[in-house]
Design a protein around this ligand. Sequence first.
Ligand SMILES: *Cc1c(COP(=O)(O)O)cnc(C)c1O
Length: 421
Amino acid sequence: MTLSERDLKVIWHPYTQMQTAAAPVGIVRGEGACVYDEDGKCYIDAISSWWVNIHGHAHPYIAAKVAEQLKTLEHVIFAGFTHEPAVELAERLLALLPSNQAKVFYSDNGSTAVEVALKMCLQYWYNKGEQRTKILAFKNAYHGDTFGAMAVSGRSAFTNAFEKLLFDVEFIDLPTADNISELRSKISALSSQLACFIVEPLVQGSAGMIMYEAAYLDDLMQHCREEGIFTIADEVFTGFGRTGKNFASDHLQHQPDIMCFSKGLTGGTMALGVTTCTQYIYDAFLSDDRLKTLFHGHSFTANPIACAAALASMDLFTQPETVQNIQRIVDHHREFAMKLQGHPRIKEVRQTGTIIAIEWETGNDTSYFSNLRDSLYQYFLSAGIILRPLGNIVYILPPYCITNEQLGYIYSTIQQALDTI
Ligand SMILES: *Cc1c(COP(=O)(O)O)cnc(C)c1O
């Protein structure tokens, strides 16, 4: 039996309607921007395996560092104990982040990093004895699939079944020149109840690579600060170079109070989540009263192997070559966007850094579940490219090691699709 035949007997896949989905492609190895199936066919990973991979697959440097760590210390309880990879990663990450970030809390993935951020904010106010229990978020946001993260995400087909169990959240539109003063008033009216404002800075990924301007986010963050509301920058997706700078927050004048990371953190090698916060927030949990403790932790908190992968990824990330590669992708995307201007099948092309999104003109049917989406997905897969359209939006966000030739092939295949599908 093939891998995919064995798989279908025993496995339930994420975000997959198992009755109608095509059999999964069995992947046996990866190298650079490519993964290879059982027959040796190469697929260019144009979406970095759900946005996590930044240096390419099975990177030998990360592999060596992980192997070394495995032979030294694979795991140890992180309450009452610590270890070199966790401490070094916290030191080096804080050095890269906005200067107000002071403490690192480890967890397992992006959703848990968000859960921790929400709990930090809610308990901050609880510890201070203030009734601020509401959370402010953007419409169409995506912050993860666990219940808290789902609650602060936009309501959609994905959350219908759980709707009644999700706590109330104040959702506002993305800021524009036209609505900014209205948004400010809305926040002021609610401010005494609001614990925090959670945002995907600059790009709402899952919503369809919706992009908005740093200046208006800055404006809202400043307003929240004046109203005593903490801002959480969920950089799970935008972190580690995606937006052209190290972090999306580097495009902003105002510093967030809390930041969340995962995805690119380990270079896409392993699951690891990080929530960072300011000294000010951390201090609100210091007390002789044990009840003011942040009661949160996972069995694998700060797993040394995951931390070693993140450290190795950071070594690569901070090399001049990676910085050049990011700029190279930004420039190539920009040229491609110019080429597509005015194409009759295209509604809009938008770009932030290494992320480019091409929105197909579909008339009325823009549903995530449209046939167009499935046709496009299969078309690219047959051409040996992993692209996973969000409805009618095709986006590319490659590992930074992708070659110009591979990029060119993705662009020309998209152009062919525009002319044939
Ligand atoms: C993917 C994502 C998450 C959730 O991360 P997981 O590791 O999949 O749980 C949270 N926030 C944003 C912005 C994301 O893109």
